[in-house]
Design a protein around this ligand. Structure first.
Ligand code: 5GP
Ligand code: ZN
Length: 113
């Protein structure tokens, strides 16, 4: 997707503060963190949102889920706990339309962010 911000980050066309990367997944610090740890974990392939998930591309989300626990370790929040959020669509508050998982932690989180 040429106009997708997160695809540009994957390609290195837009800089990011990477915390984890493998063949399928990239994780980088959110530019506007809401907590001491706020990382976005994304599949390297462009998938818009939950509504686009299917039998073929779900494998990339599996990889993202496994990567999230590695990111939590790298960020030092695996033992104390953290929250994972995936905003979807307009009412979900999704701003960037490349599916992504917010890993948030480093402090005691309330019932809402
Ligand atoms: P959404 O609201 O779509 O779930 O989350 C998009 C997130 O991307 C927001 O938390 C926002 O701060 C973050 N973001 C937007 N633009 C950039 C950027 O250029 N670099 C990084 N690292 N994060 C961004
Ligand atoms: Zn994209």
């Amino acid at each position: 997707m040429e106009d997708c911000l997160f695809c540009k980050i994957v390609k290195g066309e837009v800089p990011s503060d990477k915390v984890y990367e493998d063949e399928y997944v990239l994780a980088f610090k959110d530019i506007h963190p809401v907590a001491p740890v706020h990382v976005l974990v994304i599949p390297k392939v462009h998938i818009k949102d939950y509504n686009e998930l299917n039998e073929e591309n779900i494998k990339y989300i599996d990889r993202v889920q496994l990567a999230i626990k590695e990111v939590a370790k790298v960020c030092g929040v695996d033992k104390e706990g953290y929250r994972v959020i995936c905003n979807t669509g307009e009412n979900g508050g999704q701003v960037v339309h490349h599916i992504h998982f917010h890993l948030i932690g480093g402090k005691k989180l309330g019932s809402k962010i």
